[in-house]
Ligand binder design. Sequence first.
Ligand SMILES: [Fe+2]
Length: 156
Amino acid sequence: MTQTAVALSTDARGAIVEALNQSVAETAVTTMLAQNFHWNVKGMAFGPLHALFQEIYEDHFTAQDDLAERIRALDAHAEGTLAGMLERSKVKEHEGHASDKEMIKAMQDAQETLAATLAGAGQVAAEAGDTLTEDLCIARGQTHEKFAWFLRSHLA
Ligand SMILES: [Fe+2]
C-alpha cells in the first residue's frame, strides 16, 4: 500500500532515512570530487572535461539538497557534517595528482557507486510503500547512470 511520510512505521522510516543519508553523503563527496577534478584537470581535453566536471558538481549540489530535504520531510535528521559524510560514503575523495584518464575513471566509478546506492535506496522506499522517496531515488539513479555513460564513453 502506498504510504505518505506521516503514515510510515518507525522501522520503515528508519531504514529509508539511513539509505537516504548514505545517498546524501555519497552525493556530497562526489560533488567535492567533481570540483577537485574541475579545478585540476589538465591535457588536450581540458575544455570539455572542465565543463563536464562542472555539470556534475552543479547537478550533485542541487541533488544533495533534494535528498536531505526529503529526509526532513520524513521528520528525521539529515547528515550535515563533512566528517559524517566521509564516514558514510563508499565514494572516497581523491588526494593529490591524477591524470585526466584517472579522473574520468574515478568519476565513472563514483557515478556507478551512486547509481547502485540510489537504486538500493529506491528499493527500501518501495518496500515500505514510500513512492515519493522511491520516485526521487529513481530519478537520481537515472542521472548517475547517464553520467557513468558519458564518462565511460571517453575511455572506449
Ligand atoms: Fe569553475
